[in-house]
Design a protein around this ligand. Sequence first.
Ligand code: NZQ
Ligand code: ZN
Length: 394
Amino acid sequence: MKDFIYYAPTEVVFGRESEEKVAQLIKKYGGTKVLVHYGGKSAQKSGLLPKICDLLTQGGVSYVLLGGVVPNPRLSLVHQGIGLCRKEGVDFILAVGGGSVIDSAKAIAYGVPYSGEVWDFYLGKATPTAMLPVASVLTIPAAGSEMSEASVITNDDGDVKIGYSNTLARPKFAIMNPERTFTLPPYQTAAGVTDMMMHTMERYFSKDDDMDVTTDIAEACLRSMRNAVTFVLDNPSNYRYRAQIMWAGSLMHNGLTGCGVSDDWATHQLEHELSGMFDVTHGAGLSAVWPSWARYVMDANLSRFVRFAVNVMDVPNDFTDPQGTAERGIQAMEQFYHRIGMPINIKELIGREVTDDEIKEMVRKCSRDYQRTCGCLKVLAAEDMEKIYRMAKG
Ligand code: NZQ
Ligand code: ZN
């Protein structure tokens, strides 16, 4: 069992009307001048953004606005945000949106007190010692950024997508009103659940299998999400199941399902190159690559894949054929992905065959010019990454 630190300091304010507390919470965490950061159209269209602005005004909190965050958030807008915050004397950043908006907010928050180039943190060339406080009003359960220490940014110059984690970036609070997710399109709902399940699967498929409590929590969350997403796709305005998804999205990435185990993250690393290169939805990129990753690595801990098949995917355990049981678990996951409208290979993801040159370029980027490996259950060198991308071609 691996030693661990569990640190999840974000105050969660969950439920109907929870956004009413926004001004009070900002003041509690010391904010006096706020950057309200948001995405494209959804928060404006649903009326959430104007409502947050009204609540801030009524609560005596002054603010400036910066919208325009796109999925796979770009470094150029982060630079713009840093400039705006400095000019306006902003001391608190409120993200109104999903993972992309929250990650962009975190990057701006790193950059404001730093005299150098913020991208250096993502490249591992520098380490932040301070950042502005960040919080969110979450509108899409998926990335888990509302409680996580991670931020993933795409540098528009070369479409390189890199994640950076630091405990400083744990948000101060997260406002979660499941009703705000009723407007999510089916594709985003399904991609979001795919992502949150993968956050736990990255930790579940571990070399360490002696932390029973963590494993049991992980399996329960995964089963709940299988059920909830199926129900919500047919009943988009069902509060009960939207709420399960919203809460699970945070729990499945705030560290809880990783206590005592070594985590893997190879599927995420392989996916970041897909969304960096093709600008696809992160969750859909994950389902396109996971079945191939799973088949490539499953012998590294076969009993774990058998356990997943039986306890999560309801596959009957054939004790005489663990390999077959594990394979049927992966097939059941593929069927689940298809049922909820997610791709199971790159062709389904991007609508055409990926070329050899594109695969080579993704391998080069994913291995950081052949200098790094990824994964933990099975450590993947550049040639392994290439084999998995080829298996996932479709
Ligand atoms: O831009 P708008 O118009 O708001 O539309 C968004 C966007 O197009 C829409 N949307 C959000 N809430 C909505 C809504 N549409 C209707 N009703 C609502 N209530 O959904 C689209 C996707 O939004 P986005 O924020 O991109 O989604 P998500 O939360 O999945 O974030 C994805 C990003 O997070 C990164 C991913 O790589 C990707 O860049 N990740 C961040 C992590 C972290 N910080 O811990 C971990 C993850 O593994 C992930 O890598
Ligand atoms: Zn993810």
